[in-house]
Design a protein around this ligand. Structure first.
Ligand code: AMP
Length: 295
């Protein structure tokens, strides 16, 4: 505490960010990075706390990455609030905030992208074409700028965590990927920057996603493993609560994200649904006997 300045260093310059983390690494400090799109909430802050607990130096990135948004998605209206994010991070405390401009990350002439792994193909990958290509590209770029020992991701974006893990393995990136539990509102709704879009009616309805996933977990605890039965019951719980625009409800193997007739060991439910104008995603390990990543 005594050695830390009151506010974390803030830079938008990739070279300055790399110099700062390298200065820490070259003096033998363990380093962690948390990548976010800003509009920070307790879900993000739990990742930051995880990094602060495990490392001597923590960097947080704030960057609304245009390449992971589709043309009809919410890039332009995605919430942004650097001052509030800085104040929240100052309390933790963090050592470095990297908040680049779009031009700094994608300057004139930029044209190299990372082809995402196989596990990116279905679910979010199918409903958001190009999304994971944007994610893998920006995550690899950020890990080149901030070559930390550990990078922290949320279970909330489960498929994303698998995609990133596979990418760092396949591309020999030495950073270790840590996946931390989903942080929820008191009624169970997974925290998300996009929850701000929900009207108060939508906000009430949105908590049914958590309850439907809980129902799935209870049915599995009671011995049900047939995918169609589980999927029908979970889907019914959603529609009963007024959540009818379901992009997907998938009961999958926790490593391959492939569906089978019987729920596999460690089986997980992935869901994406629209509540009002807001698209929400969530997931829950249904078969808690053998979780692959902590839930
Ligand atoms: P985002 O700013 O939405 O791109 O999220 C940045 C990181 O925070 C990702 O690794 C997310 O999985 C993680 N995250 C977002 N929401 C939550 C949450 N409710 N609980 C835990 N992690 C989260």
């Amino acid at each position: 505490m005594l050695n830390r300045p009151p506010f974390p260093m803030l830079t938008s310059d990739p070279r300055q960010a790399r110099a700062a983390i390298n200065a820490a690494r070259f003096t033998g400090r363990r380093t962690g990075v948390v990548m976010t799109m800003g509009a920070l909430h307790d879900g993000h802050l739990s990742l930051v706390r995880g990094s602060v607990a495990q490392n001597d130096f923590t960097a947080v990135t704030l960057f609304v990455n245009p390449t992971q948004f589709g043309p009809r998605e919410d890039f332009a209206r995605y919430p942004r609030g650097l001052d509030q994010d800085r104040a929240l991070l100052a309390e933790l405390p963090v050592d470095l905030i990297f908040a680049p401009s779009v031009d700094a990350m994608y300057p004139e002439g930029f044209s190299t992208y990372v082809e995402p792994p196989r596990v990116a193909r279905d679910w979010e990958g199918a409903f958001r074409p190009g999304h994971f290509r944007g994610v893998t590209t920006v995550v690899l770029k950020l890990l080149q700028i901030l070559p930390a020992d550990h990078a922290y991701f949320g279970h909330k974006d489960y498929q994303q965590a698998l995609v990133v893990r596979r990418m760092v393995t396949d591309l020999d990136v030495p950073t270790q990927i840590e996946v931390l539990p989903t942080i929820r509102e008191p009624d169970g709704l997974a925290m998300s920057s996009r929850n701000q879009y929900l009207s108060s009616d939508d906000r009430t309805r949105a908590s049914a996603i958590f309850r439907a996933l809980e129902l799935g977990a209870r049915l599995v605890r009671e011995g049900e493993r047939r995918r169609t039965v589980l999927a029908t019951r979970i889907r019914h719980a959603l529609t009963e609560a007024g959540i009818t625009e379901i992009d997907y409800l998938a009961l999958v193997d926790p490593q391959t994200l492939v569906e089978a007739d019987e729920l596999p060991a460690g089986g997980i439910a992935l869901v994406a649904a629209r509540v009002g104008n807001t698209r929400l995603i969530d997931n829950r390990v249904l078969d808690a006997t053998d979780p692959v990543l902590p839930s």
